[in-house]
Write a protein that binds this ligand. Structure first.
Ligand code: PLP
Length: 394
């Protein structure tokens, strides 16, 4: 018999993918323009011009054998040095190229770091709502995901609840800010308190690693700052991805950064290299590694997301929806108009609105609206959102 867990994972689509497939079929039936598809977190704006310029230049003038060849398993040394320089210029953490491992995006970064850190039965605390793949990645790394509810309404980390969830098996806390699906950015105060709690464990002899999953770091609005965890806690690792900031999700490029201030940073980095090797995640796509030194720090035009956020959240609030304060990423987290958010998301379908029930993100009573869509679709969808609210007597 082949591995049944893998069969099951491969046979059952995620709720988001299921909805996306439904949307494709529905668009074929009634026309693309008549379906308001807010299901996926696929960037809707083009990569910045610098990406194409770098690609053209490298392909025109680079040595094709080197451009398309293997790099070192952990990534090209000059690319890793450029990533380290960028991190130091922005966050002053004294990181070096040998603390950086280039990956195929945040998903690979997470799989590698979890396999690097966890032993059989180790626990990973995360804060709900959370990206559903965390459970799949953690279990594949022999661990157990322990979701802890964020504070009701704000979805900031609930420090008392996190402390209550720590056991002798806790190996890591995994956070994601700006958050998918809530759009919430964890405040500096939240991060400080979380790190203080973890430092207390460290002082009592238990090291708990803090992993920060950061595909949305640059997607923040209104001058909101995303604290850099390495400045607050030594035993920390950043899992970064260029998928959203540069609109390159299909190209699979990101990195893991191990905090050099960690007492066993060398050992953790060796474990990252070992886990990358065992998982076959070596030598991230070479061409896209090579563009990174030329484009790091650039973003696609995120003002489009900001406008979408403003238009959609203002309109929904005026129709009577409760919206969680959306500071970043490209998701709006909205209170369901009935207690069962699955039923609410189903009812939205009757108005051709496709939104994701937050049950799959570990939270009851909310839905996620991905507003990385065309501004035109946002405008056209507003009457449907209004009619949906009216159908609940709003
Ligand atoms: N983590 C979060 C919170 C995400 O939302 C996503 C993708 O949507 C990922 C990780 C995976 O990102 P990547 O495409 O870089 O693998």
């Amino acid at each position: 018999m082949i591995n049944q867990k893998s069969v099951q994972l491969g046979s059952v689509r995620s709720v988001i993918r299921e909805l996306f497939e439904y949307g494709k079929a529905r668009k074929a039936q009634i026309g693309e323009e008549n379906v308001f598809d807010f299901s996926l977190g696929n960037p809707s704006v083009a990569p910045p011009a610098e990406v194409e310029n770098a690609l053209v230049d490298i392909l025109t003038h680079g040595d094709p054998v080197a451009v398309h060849g293997y790099t070192s398993a952990q990534g090209d040394a000059s690319v890793r040095a450029a990533v380290a320089d960028y991190i130091n210029a922005n966050f002053s953490v004294g990181i070096g190229a040998d603390n950086i491992y280039m990956t195929c995006g945040a998903a690979a970064s997470l799989c590698i770091i979890l396999n690097a850190l966890l032993n059989e039965g180790d626990e990973v605390i995360t804060i709900a709502p959370y990206f559903p793949e965390y459970k799949v990645f953690t279990e594949h790394a022999r661990g157990k995901l322990v979701p802890v509810q964020g504070s009701e309404g704000t979805f900031q980390p609930d420090i008392a609840a996190i402390k209550g969830a720590i056991t002798p098996h806790t190996k890591a806390v995994l956070i994601n800010s700006p958050n998918n699906p809530s759009g919430v950015v964890y405040t500096e105060e939240s991060i400080k308190q979380l790190c203080k709690a973890l430092q207390e464990c460290k002082d009592n002899g238990q090291t708990i690693y803090l992993i920060s999953d950061e595909p949305y770091r640059e997607l923040v609005f209104g001058g909101v700052k995303v604290p850099y965890i390495m400045n607050y806690y030594a035993d920390s690792i950043v899992c970064y991805s260029f998928s959203k900031s540069l609109s390159l999700p299909g190209e699979r490029i990101g990195y893991i950064a191990v905090n050099p201030a960690m007492g066993n940073a060398g050992e953790v980095y060796a474990a990252v290299c070992g886990a990358g090797r065992a998982l076959g995640y070596v030598c991230a796509p070479s061409l896209f590694q090579l563009i990174i030194p030329r484009v790091i720090g650039k973003t696609s035009d995120i003002s489009v997301y900001e406008r979408n956020r403003d238009v959609l959240s203002a309109a929904l609030q005026s129709y009577g929806y409760e919206v969680v304060k959306p500071d970043g990423a490209f998701y709006l987290f909205v209170k369901s108009l009935e207690p069962d958010s699955d039923a609410f998301a189903e009812r939205a379908k009757e108005h051709e609105i496709l939104i994701v029930s937050a049950k799959s993100f570990g939270v009851e009573g909310y839905v996620r609206i991905s507003y990385c869509v065309s501004p035109d679709m946002i405008s056209r969808s507003l009457p449907a959102f209004k009619a949906l609210a009216e159908s609940y007597g709003k």
